[in-house]
Design a protein around this ligand. Sequence first.
Ligand code: SAH
Length: 437
Amino acid sequence: MHPRNPYNEPLDFADLARRYPPLRPHVFINHTGSSTINFKSLPAQRRLTEALFHLDYGLSLTLPDDRLCPPVPNRLNYVLWLQDIVKSTCVSDTVRGLDIGTGASAIYPLLACRIQPTWNFIATDIDGRSVQFAQQNITQNSMESRIIVQHVPADGAILQPLLASSMNFDFTMCNPPFYSSAEDVSRSAEFKELGPNAVCSGAEVEMITPGGETSFVARIFSESLQLTTKCRWYTSMLGKMSSIPDIVSLFREHSVDNYAITEFVQGRTRRWAIGWSFQDARLPDTFARISNPTLQNMMPPRNTLHRVFPGARSVDILAIALRNVLALIDGVSVASSAAPVASKNSSTILVHARGNTWSRAARRRRLPETVCAQEPQVLHCSIECHEPSSSYILKDDIPCEIVFTWVEGKDRSVFESFASHVSRKVTSTLQESGDVL
Ligand code: SAH
């Protein structure tokens, strides 16, 4: 579950039913004495989604009986992850997104536009019935000026709306049909869990696509190779963990190293989302990597590097040494107005380097002209000094650390060599000044 997801706490169904009467007939007290609903009942699921839309987002929703009923907490996880990505890598005032396969509810654009007043969407679907309901839901919430629904052909380019637009996009999102066939659906763990008599309101077009989700996302990826920076982040949800290696191999085959993997856990349901970008803005590891051990060799390279300084007397002394070191590197400017020394636990410094001037080769050249003539590799990096606490048991022994986060740049080796150079120099500065224990 995303840390900002308000549904981290169990729902109070009795309270929801009090505030949203149509839910009342579906709420009962279970054997443990708590109020609940029957999650296998489609009308109960629908009333719950409508209740959360209405009570928590002031949105009214009309859901047809023969299409999927989206659970709000799960869909919100994806929106919140996109919010993280947009906040850390986009600068524009107006944010443009494409929701591929919006469904009858248009749940992603409606939730996202409600939470983010500057976001706008194009929402597509190949299913006429879903498009009709999506349009109705958008109109009844007066979102027509911010969400444009397009009925698209199944055999057309999935990213056609980007091609057709004169504007650039900030992200694409998609909850694709997961399965490749009816047999694939019945083999799935979720279907088995529901039991043989369980009803599922998902229409075939919502659940099944040729080749399953891997092929669908591979299609988006191959189209994105043509569109590249027309969109900042291309993303998709995945319903099967086993799809991740296939998608990551495509990234690797095409040398796309700016990608992200995340995981959404909601009760017993587990989902993944994957994103990739052809732009130079990088994501911190907290948004781009997860600790799931099965997926470790699928993870993108680290954009967040921790360097420990065991002997540094205090975080303030470390921050001063860092400032002094940065001031001495040619072509490096400290861009942020953050506090000059560390506040209690940390301070962030935003550094811009106009090229690699710190490597031995660059220092030997020494001539700024040479650096400029050589296509400077611009590096933006945020640097934080702080005291890690979790991994060290002895309070007196807490080493201060510097955390380098790659914010923007083309060449990973420039970021890595910058972090190593600064760390080495900080160590020697601390030793020379006697500020180490
Ligand atoms: N976004 C909704 C619906 C997801 S179901 C939700 O999260 O609840 C997947 C949707 O993708 C279906 O509505 C299906 O009609 C649509 N779809 C399938 N192939 C598509 C394509 N090529 N382009 C756009 N939408 C497509």
